[in-house]
Each structure stands twice: as structure tokens, then as C-alpha cells.
Design a binder for this molecule. Structure first.
Ligand code: SF4
Length: 393
């Protein structure tokens, strides 16, 4: 058996691979070996989740694009005073949600630029006001970088800030701004951002407080395969200590219009790289971090996202109404896919679509009474229900 074949078998049996071995699998290019790895990852996915594929009906809110930082991959940010800069007021944010609530959304995701003119209290008020106007909406908000930004401005500890946000109604946090959790890469890609240890500290603080986060990796720019492998092992280490990650989301670098791509002539990663990340993370994270989101359709299109459902992914992500950040970076795959289309694409693959909420629970959304939610555990029986119009009111 080839060395790659042995590694695939080893990881399929649940043995933890070393950083070098993970890097080798991420770097696989031989079509036969890749197929073998995707098959092993798909088999593991089926053991955990059968033919079920989840999705969430969510809305994105980006209250401002004014940002003091200059990350190499970001074309969303604008400087204060730029013609295309904007700041939404609290009322505008609420109107933005109200105008889209009839899509049956269960989650609002909030991420912004880091803007010194936005009062710190705005972060808390926004969560409070959303929960007051739409009590059933799950507020998934503020990356670790935004928590660090609030802390820098107020001098408050991360713990205090997250506690206060939780008291305001925060449900969970996006594990974005992770990019690649290797300081040497961060210094060259986004040197104004928190470094690796600080990102981990913020995320672990949130987990300890009972605020779960997603885990992400933004890859395919200047990092090496060893860096990717180190990043994945760091996430696994956190998960083993806190269990606070809800899922793993891979975010392939979008080269079009990214400042660092123009400077260094970088390209977006190939499909095989993205599929390899899906398969390797499934084999590495197993039941410890059991939800692997498909390749982000907003960055790469639905065809590629659906293909990754056969390589270890068990979730197709969100309907994502209005996602400006990726679009500004040059991805041209739109900003909204209706839930019916996501369901149809899953069914076409002979897989079973299941609507979930942010915490991977499946709600009886069709009921007029609030019966609560049912946790989804591997291979439980799940009854599919259509979301009710205006369910979050
Ligand atoms: S990625 Fe976020 S922090 Fe970095 S420049 Fe863009 S908006 Fe600012």
C-alpha cells in the first residue's frame, strides 16, 4: 500500500495523525488517492449522520464597512470618509431584519468593520434591540477580533464583555478572524489582528461562559500545508478542552480583488484543495467536532458546495441573505439561495435535507406553539418540517 493509502487507512481507523501526516493528506493530488480519501471521509460522515444534510435559514447583517485594519485578503473595508463607506443606525439594522423576516430566518449573523466612531454601547444595544423586536431570532454575532476591539477601547476583560453580550441576548459567536492560526502567517496576512494565542483565549473564554462558536479556516493564500495542518490541530486541541465549537467551516481564499492577491499574483485555491480540506477535517475531527460545513457556496458556487457533500461534509450552510464581505472580495455567487433550492440540491444528491438552527438543533418550526427544539444526535430520527412564515416574531 502507498504511504498516502496507509495514512488514509490510519485516519479512517481513528488514529490521530501528526502535523506532517495531515499536511501530506491536504496536499494529495493523485486522483485515485483523493477518491479513496473522499470515500473514507464520506463513510465516516454516513456513520455519524446517515444521509442527512442540514442547512440553516439565516440573514447577514454588516452594520458598517468602516474599519481601522487593512487585512490583506479584505476588500470589504473602507476608511472613514470614503465615498463607499457606510454606517447603519440601530433603527436601520432593525428595519433590515424586519424587511427580511418573512424568509423564515432563524438566525442573524452580525459582523462589522472595526470602527472607532461606532460607540461601544452600540454592540450591546444592537443585540438587545434585536432580541426585543424578534425574540425567537438567534443572534450569532461578533468575531473574536471584534471582542478584542471592544476590549481595547474599554479596557474590559474578554470575559466581562462576553458575559455582558450574553446578558444582552447573544446566542453564539462566529469563529471567524481565525484565518490561519500561525503567527508567522498572521504577521504577513493581517498583522493588525490578534495573534494566535489571543484568538484562542477569546474563543475559549466564550466557551467557558457558555457561548459556543463556530471554528473556521481561511486558507489558500500565503500559508503552507504545514500551516494548515497546525491550524487544524490547534482547533482540535481547543475542542478537546472545551467542546465549544459547533462546527468547522472552511473558507477558501477568494483572490479576485483581494489586495494581497493583486500584489503577489495569488490565485484562489483549486477545487481539489477545498475537497481535501473537507475530507481531512472529517477524518481528523470525527465525532469530537462532528459537523463539517460544505465548501462555502457564497465563495465557490453551489456546484462545488454540493460536490463536497460526498467528501465528508454534513451541512450546506445558510441561505445567507445579504452577505457583503465575500461579495466585495470578488466572489460572484450571489448573496442568497432560497431554502427550497438548498433542499432541492440536497435531494438531487439522494441525501436528506434537514433544517437546523444555529446550534444544530432541529426545531418543530411548523407548530403554532413554541414546543422548543430537539437536539440532533448522530443517527437520531429527524422529522422534516417546513419553516413557518414569520416564525421569529
Ligand atoms: S477582515 Fe475585518 S478586520 Fe480585516 S480589514 Fe476586513 S473588515 Fe477589517
Amino acid at each position: 500500500m502507498s504511504e498516502a493509502g496507509e495514512l488514509i487507512e490510519k485516519s479512517a481507523c481513528g488514529e490521530l495523525l501528526s502535523q506532517n501526516e495531515i499536511a501530506q493528506l491536504l496536499n494529495l493530488r493523485d486522483a485515485g488517492m483523493c477518491r479513496e480519501m473522499y470515500r473514507a471521509a464520506d463513510e465516516l460522515k454516513r456513520k455519524l449522520w446517515s444521509d442527512r444534510v442540514t442547512y440553516v435559514v439565516n440573514l447577514n447583517l454588516n452594520p458598517t464597512n468602516v474599519c481601522v485594519q487593512h487585512c490583506g485578503f479584505c476588500n470589504f473595508r473602507r476608511s472613514d470618509g470614503d465615498a463607499e463607506s457606510y454606517r447603519m443606525t440601530l433603527d436601520e439594522c432593525l428595519e433590515h431584519i424586519a424587511a427580511r423576516i418573512n424568509y423564515g430566518i432563524t438566525e442573524v449573523t452580525i459582523q462589522s468593520g472595526l470602527d472607532r466612531k461606532t460607540p461601544v454601547e452600540f454592540y450591546f444595544e444592537l443585540v438587545r434591540e434585536i432580541k426585543s423586536a424578534f425574540p425567537r431570532l438567534h443572534v450569532h454575532a461578533y468575531s473574536p477580533e471584534e471582542i478584542a476591539f471592544i476590549s481595547e477601547r474599554t479596557g474590559e476583560s474578554y470575559g466581562n464583555i462576553i458575559e455582558r453580550l450574553k446578558a444582552s441576548g447573544l446566542g453564539s459567536m462566529p469563529g471567524t478572524a481565525a484565518e490561519i492560526l500561525v503567527d508567522d502567517v498572521r504577521r504577513r496576512l493581517c498583522n493588525e489582528k490578534v495573534m494566535t494565542d489571543e484568538w484562542c483565549e477569546i474563543v475559549e473564554t466564550a466557551h467557558r461562559i457558555g457561548i459556543r462558536t463556530t471554528s473556521t479556516m481561511m486558507y489558500g493564500h500565503i500559508e503552507t500545508m504545514q500551516d494548515r495542518a497546525a491550524h487544524l490541530l490547534r482547533l482540535l486541541d481547543i475542542q478537546r478542552r472545551t467542546g465549544g465549537f459547533t462546527e468547522f467551516i472552511q473558507l477558501p481564499f477568494v483572490a479576485a480583488r483581494a489586495p494581497i492577491a493583486l500584489k503577489r499574483n495569488l490565485r484562489s485555491p483549486e477545487t481539489v484543495e477545498a475537497l481535501n480540506v473537507i475530507a481531512v477535517t472529517r477524518l481528523l475531527f470525527r465525532e469530537e467536532l462532528p459537523h463539517i460545513q460544505a465548501i462555502a457556496w457564497v465563495k465557490r458556487g453551489l456546484d462545488e458546495a454540493v460536490r463536497s457533500l460526498h467528501c465528508g461534509a454534513d451541512d450546506l450552510g445558510g441561505t445567507l441573505i445579504e452577505e457583503r464581505i465575500t461579495r466585495e472580495a470578488g466572489a460572484d455567487f450571489g448573496s442568497y439561495v432560497p431554502a427550497d433550492e438548498l433542499r432541492a440540491r440536497i435531494t438531487n444528491e439522494n441525501l436528506q435535507p434537514v433544517q437546523r438552527n444555529t446550534l444544530y438543533e432541529v426545531a418543530d418550526l411548523h407548530s403554532s406553539e413554541d414546543k422548543g427544539v430537539f437536539g440532533v444526535t448522530p443517527n437520531d430520527e429527524v422529522h422534516l418540517r417546513q419553516s413557518e412564515v414569520n416564525q421569529c416574531r
